[in-house]
Design a protein around this ligand. Structure first.
Ligand code: HEM
Length: 462
C-alpha cells in the first residue's frame, strides 16, 4: 500500500520559503532533492545550517562525538518557560547527572512494573472509543487523551480524570496552541544578541502547567516522607540517587523533569498512535492482520510478556514511526570547526538531523513512501533500519522513554484494533504539519466501528 504520497515535490526553494513550507505541509512541501541529498547547506546572514542525511555523519554527531555537538542554546531558550533546566535541554555534566538518575527508572525490569498502569489506560481508551463506535472520531484528540492517561497513571498513579491531571492536560493544550514550532526557532536567521521574548500566552500557559506539576510533586514528597507513596515512576525517580555523587533531585529540579516527561512522553506517543491508526485505516488488509494477531495473543487479561509476541503490530508501529516520525528533526550546534563531506563547517553552525528526511530517503530505503510493515522482516529492510531509522534519536542522548513507548504503542494499537474497526472518512487525506510533533493540519477523522458486530445497536451511535 502506498502511504499518502505527495504529488510533485519542488526541487529548489529559497531558505525563507523552505521554512514556510516546513510549517505548512512537511510531506509534500519539502524540496525533492532533500530526500536524495547526503548533506545540504542553508545560508543565512547570521549563521549556517547543515542538514545531514548521511548515516556516517549522523553517527559522528550523535554517537561518536556528541560532546562536540551539544543541544543548541536556542532550543533551551525556546522551551525554558515550560521545561526550565530539564534533561531535554541541558548539556555536559549537568545533563549526564540527570540521565544517571532518570535512566534506571526506565530500565527493562522497571518497565514491567509500569505495565498494569499502561494496560489500564489502554483499556480505558478502548472503552471510550467503543462508546463512540458507529460515528466519526477525530483520532488525534483520542490518541492525546490516551497517551496523557498512560503518563499520569505510570508517573503519578492517577488517571486522566483526576482533577489535577485533567487541568494539566488542558493547560498543556493551551501551551501547544500558543507555542510555535520550537526547533524551527533554531533555524531562524536571528543573531544571538536578538532579544527572544516569549509571547505572553506561551508564558502564561507554561506557568499554569508548572504550578500544577509543582502541586503533584509536593504531594508526592509528603507521601514519600510519610512512607505511603505508591511505587510508580515518580517515586522511583524522586528517591533515586546519582550513583556517582549520591545526591537526588531537589524539588525544583523534579518539576523540570516531570514537565519533560509529560511533554516528551505524551505528545510523541499520541502522534505515533494517531498516524498508526490512520495508516491501518487506509490499509484494511494490514488492519485485519493486526486484529488477528491481537486476538491470538491478547486474552482478556494481557500480561507484560504478551507484548513481545505482538510481532506484526510492532512492525506496523515501527513503520508508522518511520513514515511519520513524531520528532521530525533534531538540532545540534557545532562547538568546533569540522569538515563534513568535503565541506568546512564553521564553529557555531547548526547541525540538523532529520528523521523525516532520513527515514524517507530515496538512497536509504526501498520504496521510501510506501507503508510496508513487512519490510521489517526482510534483510534489506533491517539493513535500512540499522542505518536510517532514528525516531528516538541515537547515542547517549537517545530517548530514555524508547522502551516504554515501544510497549505502550503496540499494546494500545493491538487492543484498539482487536475490538474496533477504523476506516478513513471521505475527503482529502490528512496533511502532516510540524507543530511540537508531527500532527495533521486539520486532525485525522476516522470512522470507528465495533469489530465483529454491526454498528446499528452500538451505544453512542448518532
Ligand atoms: C513514540 C514515542 C516517542 C518518540 C518518537 C520520542 C522521541 C524522542 C527523540 C527523537 C528524542 C531526542 C530529541 C533530541 O535530541 O532533540 C527524545 C528525547 C527524550 N524523550 Fe522521547 N520519545 C518518545 C516517547 C517518550 C516517552 C514515553 C518518554 C518518557 C516517559 C520520553 C522522554 C524523553 C526525554 C526525557 C528525552 C530527553 C533525553 C535527553 O536529551 O537526554 N520520550 N525522545
Amino acid at each position: 500500500m502506498i502511504a499518502p504520497k505527495p504529488v510533485a515535490r519542488e526541487d529548489r526553494v529559497s531558505f525563507r520559503r523552505y521554512l514556510k513550507l516546513f510549517r505548512a505541509d512537511i510531506l509534500s512541501a519539502q524540496p525533492a532533492r532533500l530526500y536524495r541529498a547526503w548533506m545540504a547547506e542553508f545560508r543565512t546572514p547570521f549563521f549556517r545550517s547543515y542538514l545531514c542525511n548521511d548515516p556516517a555523519l549522523i553517527d559522528t554527531v550523535l554517537k561518536e562525538r556528541p560532546g562536540d555537538f551539544p543541544k543548541s542554546d536556542r532550543i533551551r531558550e525556546g522551551l525554558a518557560p515550560l521545561l526550565g533546566r530539564s534533561v531535554f535541554v541541558t548539556n555536559g555534566e549537568e545533563w549526564a547527572r540527570q540521565r544517571r538518575i532518570i535512566d534506571p527508572a526506565f530500565a527493562g525490569g522497571r518497565l514491567a512494573q509500569t505495565f498494569p498502569a499502561m494496560l489500564a489506560a489502554s483499556l480505558a481508551a478502548r472503552d471510550r472509543l467503543c462508546h463512540r463506535a458507529g460515528g466519526v472520531v477525530e483520532i488525534e484528540a483520542e490518541a492525546s487523551h490516551a497517551a496523557a492517561d498512560v503518563i499520569f497513571r505510570t508517573l503519578f498513579s492517577i488517571p486522566i480524570e483526576h482533577e489535577v491531571a485533567a487541568q494539566v492536560f488542558d493547560a498543556f493544550r493551551d501551551y501547544q496552541r500558543a507555542q510555535p514550532l520550537v526547533n524551527i526557532a533554531a533555524f531562524l536567521p536571528l543573531p544571538r544578541w536578538f532579544p527572544r521574548l516569549h509571547r505572553t500566552p506561551v508564558r502564561r500557559a507554561a506557568r499554569t502547567v508548572r504550578a500544577l506539576i509543582t502541586r503533584l510533586t509536593e504531594e508526592r514528597w509528603a507521601a514519600i516522607a510519610a512512607g505511603n507513596a505508591p511505587d510508580d515512576l515518580a517515586t522511583k525517580i524522586m528517591t533515586a540517587a546519582d550513583p556517582k555523587t549520591g545526591d537526588c533531585f531537589d524539588a525544583a529540579e523534579m518539576v523540570d523533569q516531570v514537565a519533560i516527561f509529560f511533554l516528551a512522553g505524551h505528545e510523541t506517543s499520541a502522534s505515533a498512535l494517531a498516524w498508526s491508526l490512520y495508516l491501518l485505516a487506509a490499509s484494511p488488509a494490514h488492519q485485519e492482520r493486526v486484529a488477528a494477531e491481537a486476538r491470538a495473543v491478547l486474552g482478556e487479561a494481557p500480561g507484560f510478556g504478551d507484548v513481545a509476541r505482538l510481532k506484526f503490530t510492532r512492525d506496523v508501529f515501527r513503520e508508522a514511526l518511520r513514515l511519520f516520525p513524531p520528532v521530525p528533526m533534531m538540532v545540534r550546534e557545532a562547538r568546533c570547526p569540522v569538515r563534513f563531506r568535503e565541506r568546512d563547517v564553521r564553529k557555531g553552525s547548526q547541525i540538523v538531523l532529520s528523521p523525516w528526511h532520513v527515514q524517507r530517503h530515496e538512497r536509504l530505503w526501498d520504496r521510501p513512501d510506501a507503508f510496508d510493515p513487512d519490510r521489517w522482516q526482510r534483510p534489506e529492510g533491517r539493513e535500512s533500519a540499522r542505518q536510517a531509522w532514528l525516531p528516538f534519536s541515537a547515542g547517549p542522548r537517545v530517548c530514555p522513554g524508547a522502551g516504554f513507548a515501544m510497549i505502550e504503542g503496540p499494546l494500545l494499537l493491538a487492543l484498539l484494533v482487536r475490538d474496533l474497526t477504523f476506516a478513513p472518512e471521505e475527503g482529502p487525506p490528512p496533511v502532516p504539519v510540524a507543530h511540537l510533533t508531527v500532527r495533521a493540519e486539520a486532525g485525522i477523522r476516522l470512522r470507528v466501528g465495533r469489530r465483529g458486530t454491526g454498528n446499528a445497536e452500538l451505544p453512542g451511535k448518532a
